[in-house]
Design a protein around this ligand. Structure first.
Ligand code: MTE
Ligand code: MO
Length: 265
């Protein structure tokens, strides 16, 4: 499954992104951004998309609305198919890349340098304990390590070696309401994303403090990132500043621009 870079390939018969290209092909080319065309490939007709979404496709903005609504349906299907106990493949430490590649929505010269001494992780929403965590405190929690493959939709993947606190343990510690639908993350670089509760509780979902056995590098998300080998790269927030447990859909930086929200890999 890790050969597949496109999230759309996961659910062949019910494929939101796949819905789109044919639909877009039937519209005048200059109506649709090239980047969007590149991201969305597949085979459902415009008529099929209209049926699936219940939207009539009269102009670009109605196509966008239809695509978003099919993508949200796709999220629900992926949510149903997600097996909370199924583990992503793991590798040996020798296979992990060091240094690990960098990616963000800005160039590496603009990487944020967070002051670890001042750092406090905010925890808000449906949790019993809303106190903010210092790095020192986070380091007192039990940790584990994983070597897994990170897959970016931009067309690269890399095996990485991460260490940190199982996120399920952290959620338990803060008394999170695990019947809530979403966990939202806001980051020091204004990035944001959100995930489903089943993935948050997955045994390989890690609140990462180290990479390659050393403190996380600024470029890879110091002081704190979330690592999920069951999700695509853009779902893995770096430089986490705040975590919220909520039933209100938080969206995400790329998700709000059309990347599929569930983003399984
Ligand atoms: N805060 C923040 N997190 C982010 C991003 C970002 O721009 N800002 N980019 C995402 C994307 S698209 C990828 S592929 C990975 C890259 O992580 P890396 O720099 O450790 O390789 O971070 C993800 N998390
Ligand atoms: Mo990515």
């Amino acid at each position: 499954m890790f050969k597949l870079f496109k999230p759309s390939r996961r659910i062949g018969s019910f494929d939101a992104q796949a819905a789109i290209v044919t639909a877009l092909r039937e519209l005048p080319k200059d109506h649709i951004a090239p980047a969007r065309r590149a991201f969305l490939r597949g085979g459902l007709s415009a008529g099929g998309l209209a049926l699936l979404s219940g939207c009539s496709l009269v102009d670009e903005s109605s196509v966008e609305t239809a695509l978003m609504s099919v993508s949200r349906m796709n999220d629900r299907v992926q949510g149903w198919l997600f097996d909370p106990q199924r583990l992503a493949p793991t590798y040996s430490r020798a296979e992990a890349l060091d240094p690990f590649p960098f990616n963000a929505y800005y160039p590496e010269s603009e990487v944020r340098h967070v002051d670890g001494g001042d750092f406090r992780l905010e925890v808000t929403g449906q949790v019993a304990d809303k106190h903010a965590w210092s790095l020192e405190e986070l380091h007192t929690l039990p940790t584990t390590e994983q070597v897994t493959r990170h897959i970016c939709v931009e067309g690269w993947s890399a095996i990485g070696h991460w260490g940190g606190v199982p996120f399920a343990h952290f959620l338990k510690r803060v008394g999170a309401d695990t019947s809530a639908k979403y966990i939202g993350f806001t980051c020091d670089d204004d990035y944001f994303t959100s995930i489903d509760m089943a993935t948050a509780l997955h045994p390989q979902t890690l609140l990462v403090l180290t990479q390659n056995g050393r403190t996380l590098e600024p470029r890879n998300g110091y002081p704190l990132k979330l690592r999920m080998p069951t999700k695509l790269g853009y779902k893995n927030p770096k430089h986490i500043r705040a975590i919220t447990v909520t039933n209100t859909y938080p969206g995400g930086y790329w998700e709000n621009q059309g990347y599929n929200w569930f983003g399984g890999s």
